[in-house]
Unconditional design. Structure first.
Length: 171
């Protein structure tokens, strides 16, 4: 997998996928395996949630390198096989206390904006801009609704952390 460095949350996504791939291979390796069994296996969903808990806990320690000097090193570590193995060894078949997953650090509240743009070899491009961390004012999304489609625009990404708050409700 390949993705952008912090302040992107790509390392978080990669860790979740790596953990699930490892679990999948451990559980269902073999030519006669019916992969559809996953839809009905509660342990699959539990492990997926646990993978997200570990990854999102580390997300709270990430940020823009201009402000969080350790962000790039953390992201690099999160994408190694060794780190995936370490997290995998800590995953249990029961939920754990919030502290067990690590992370949980708050950062300055900046009500910032995140932007991503991608171009292909033919010059085609797509971009997305989202505003973050506005939920503290108890409003739904950006409080702006598309007149044509009726969609309430998002303002609730909560990247990367929330100051002074342990983000246990998210994991």
């Amino acid at each position: 997998m390949c993705g952008p460095p912090p302040p992107s949350s790509f390392a978080v996504t990669q860790l979740i996928i790596s953990l699930m791939a490892r679990w999948f291979l451990c559980q269902f390796y073999g030519p006669k395996t019916n992969k559809d069994v996953l839809k009905h296996d509660p342990l699959f969903y539990h492990r997926f949630i646990e993978a997200q808990k570990f990854a999102y806990a580390q997300r709270t320690l990430m940020g823009d390198e201009a402000y969080v000097k350790e962000a790039k090193k953390l992201a690099e570590n999160m994408t190694t096989k060794e780190y995936t193995s370490w997290v995998f060894s800590r995953m249990r078949n029961r939920a754990q206390a919030t502290e067990y997953y690590g992370g949980m650090q708050g950062q300055m509240d900046d009500h910032g904006t995140s932007h991503v743009a991608a171009l292909d070899s033919n010059g085609n491009g797509v971009s997305s801009t989202t505003t973050v961390n506005r939920w503290q004012v108890l409003l739904f999304g950006a409080v702006v609704q598309s007149v044509k489609l009726g969609v309430v625009f998002n303002d609730e990404m909560d990247d990367f952390s929330t100051p002074g708050i342990i983000i246990s409700c998210y994991i």
